[in-house]
Design a protein around this ligand. Structure first.
Ligand code: ADP
Length: 358
């Protein structure tokens, strides 16, 4: 039998669609290292995020397409990833940050920091380079949630982020002296945010997650002015009062022209030992808010006492109980966010095409 040609294999892969970008793998230049030896074909599919929710589906479709080419006996598919750069970041040479994502909420105590920490760690678990900036000056509890008590010594004038569970983290909580009056913190934060971005040795990051203070305050404004945000996520509880706050938070990002990646509903329900669900804070509000405001619903997170136990002991739930429904929901949200960021980056004219390989 004749050996299949590269052209024939590429033609077959040219019929496989990337389900979210709605273009084929060849047009998107996602096929790399194509090699053919007799009937044995091998290649790499370069995904736009290691946290791609559809990676198995894409891999299977690519393999199937190639195996259908006459003469192909085996197809070895490798998956790799190269996160596209939000093109607007390129001018900011001091910040090798590909995408910055803000996490906000209308009010405190809804689980914004919990979502920030676990989404950041879940992205890192998938293989992405992730930074977490805790800008919630009123409740800077991310160090506790990650078991970090101090920052490493600065490198010259540059702050060095702490590292935990594969992510880099800087928190206002590690810089502000305990007991410092809150009234000083607001103005300090606004000037500190720019410094946090430029004067920190983040290294190259695929995603910088920023945990904002709750409400519609100045921090979001300072942040949006300091760097182009790829998008924002709003965390809310399912009940009505919380939703009104969340809607105000959402409108703030709209005013700042920050794209809304979606709404996350936390503490959606409590799973009882008999497997039934109890709605503590009402039901379905996050989804209603998303629908009413024309924004995507990113998912609901159940209640689980292990979330709080993990938070208090510095161990995120995606690490301690990776198979629990809460951890699965948080991982799903991380994948959803990563996919949305890639789609948004690649649909912008100024985005770096993914075919630029170092
Ligand atoms: P915020 O950042 O919005 O103020 P936190 O993330 O600090 O909120 O969460 C507030 C408290 O609720 C914390 O003690 C946290 O451990 C707990 N918590 C958050 N989400 C959940 C959940 N899904 N199940 C159980 N406890 C949760």
């Amino acid at each position: 039998m004749t050996q299949p040609t590269k052209e024939a294999v590429l033609a077959a892969l040219g019929k496989v669609q990337e389900p979210e970008l709605h273009k084929d793998l060849v047009t998107l230049n996602m096929i790399r290292n194509l090699e053919i030896e007799g009937g044995k074909v091998s290649f790499t599919v370069m995904l736009t995020t290691p946290a791609c929710p559809l990676r198995n589906q894409i891999e299977a479709a690519a393999r199937q397409a190639v195996l259908a080419v006459p003469g192909v006996e085996t197809a070895a598919v490798k998956l790799d990833s190269d996160v596209p750069n939000d093109g607007r970041m390129r001018g900011l040479v001091d910040m090798p940050i590909r995408n910055a994502i803000a996490i906000g909420s209308g009010k405190g105590g809804v689980g914004k920091s919990t979502v920030s920490v676990n989404v950041a760690v879940a992205l890192a678990q998938s293989g992405a380079r992730v930074g977490l900036l805790d800008a919630d000056i009123y409740g800077p509890n991310i160090p506790t949630m990650l078991g970090v008590t101090k920052l490493p010594s600065p490198n010259g004038t540059k702050l060095v982020p702490a590292e935990a569970y594969g992510i880099k983290m800087i928190s206002m909580g590690l810089l502000v002296k305990p007991g410092q009056p809150l009234i000083w913190r607001g103005p300090m934060l606004n000037s500190a945010i720019r410094q946090f971005l430029g004067d920190v040795e983040w290294g190259e990051l695929d995603y910088l997650i920023v945990d904002l203070p709750p409400g519609t305050g100045d921090a979001a404004l300072s942040l949006a002015q300091a760097l182009p945000l790829s998008g924002a996520i709003i965390v809310t509880l399912p009940q009505m009062v919380s939703l009104e706050d969340a809607e105000r938070g959402l409108n703030m990002f709209k005013t700042l022209e920050v794209p809304i990646l979606g709404v996350v509903e936390n503490m959606s329900y409590l799973e009882l030992p008999d497997g039934s669900r109890m709605d503590i804070f009402g039901t379905g509000g996050g989804e209603r808010l998303a629908n009413a405001t024309g924004t995507p619903f990113l998912g609901g997170i159940p209640m689980d006492p292990n979330v709080r136990i993990g938070s208090d002991s510095g161990r995120p739930i995606v690490v301690t109980n990776p198979d629990s429904p809460v951890a699965q929901a948080l991982r799903g949200i991380a994948q959803n966010v990563a996919a949305k960021v890639s789609v948004a980056a690649l649909s912008k004219d100024n985005a770096l095409p993914i075919n630029i390989v170092e």
